[in-house]
Design a protein. Structure first.
Length: 282
């Protein structure tokens, strides 16, 4: 069923470019293409997930093992549909015979390593009260079951007193200001989902780990008031209503041109672009 449920990424896609949303979530045009920044972020997430999964199994994860695992993730996940908009070649990677990702994407690989180094140093021995990694949420934000949301939280912790913590790992260049964290839609929605799923919740804290900032990763926390949750629900419902109305009335999902087009992989379908995205596989 089309538009039966929504995700944060889908709603953000509609906000940035309705046409991109239509190609992906209505026309169901799936592509392997992805940007190098997203590829790098996924590998960092997987490496951190590996740390905590091993810890939950009672196994010690050394720093060297984390770096080796991270390297193996790049080796087996690399493909020829990764777009690199901002190419940076490190001096040590000038050898023309070296693998493509080691030549053009070495900067991003090293950035991922640095993110993991900071995270490992600040969080060892990883004694957090982890409830789950990559925790799937599937819930309705209304009482009539009309507005369904799906999502995956990077990590979910809970202590013995019923205090829950929803974690999100960020590998982008810029950290949130407190006001931005307090307005963040993604973890705000996950807050709603957790409240609907769990009982005896004493508190919920939203936690962002900005892994690329300064010498240490920055941690930003936020708690949501009931009023802010109500406003988020209304905002989300309004966006979903707009999407469903456009689809039902066969209205246009217009294309918006911006710098973000460089990271979009629907150029063949888009009326405002010509040919294929030139940054893919180059």
């Amino acid at each position: 069923m089309i538009l039966e449920y929504f995700s944060y990424s889908g709603l953000q896609s509609f906000k940035k470019c309705p046409a991109q949303f239509k190609y992906r979530y209505i026309d169901k045009i799936y592509k392997k293409d992805e940007g190098i920044e997203a590829f790098m972020g996924k590998r960092v997430h997987e490496a951190i997930e590996y740390i905590y999964n091993q810890k939950m199994l009672g196994k010690l994860v050394t720093y060297d093992n984390v770096l080796k695992y991270h390297y193996s993730l790049w080796e087996r996940s690399w493909h020829d549909k990764i777009g690199i908009v901002n190419k940076q070649i490190l001096p040590i990677d000038q050898n023309k015979n070296i693998k493509l990702w080691k030549k053009y994407a070495a900067f991003y690989f090293r950035t991922g390593e640095k993110c993991l180094t900071k995270f490992y140093r600040m969080n060892q021995p990883f004694d957090d009260n982890v409830h789950a990694n990559e925790y799937k949420l599937d819930f309705y934000i209304d009482d009539e079951d009309k507005y369904r949301i799906k999502g995956i939280a990077d990590r979910l912790d809970v202590d013995s007193e019923g205090n829950w913590y929803i974690h999100d790992y960020k590998t982008g260049k810029r950290a949130y200001k407190q006001s931005e964290a307090d307005r963040d839609m993604q973890l705000g929605l996950y807050h709603i989902g957790l409240e609907k799923e769990k009982e005896n919740i004493r508190s919920i804290t939203l936690v962002w780990h900005f892994l690329q900032q300064s010498k240490e990763n920055i941690i930003v926390r936020s708690k949501r008031s009931k009023d802010s949750i109500y406003k988020l629900i209304d905002k989300t419902k309004n966006t979903i209503d707009e999407i469903r109305t456009r689809y039902k009335e066969k209205r246009t999902f217009e294309a918006k041109t911006s710098m973000l087009c460089n990271w979009c992989y629907y150029w063949e379908e888009c009326p405002r672009q010509q040919g294929t995205n030139p940054y893919i596989g180059q």
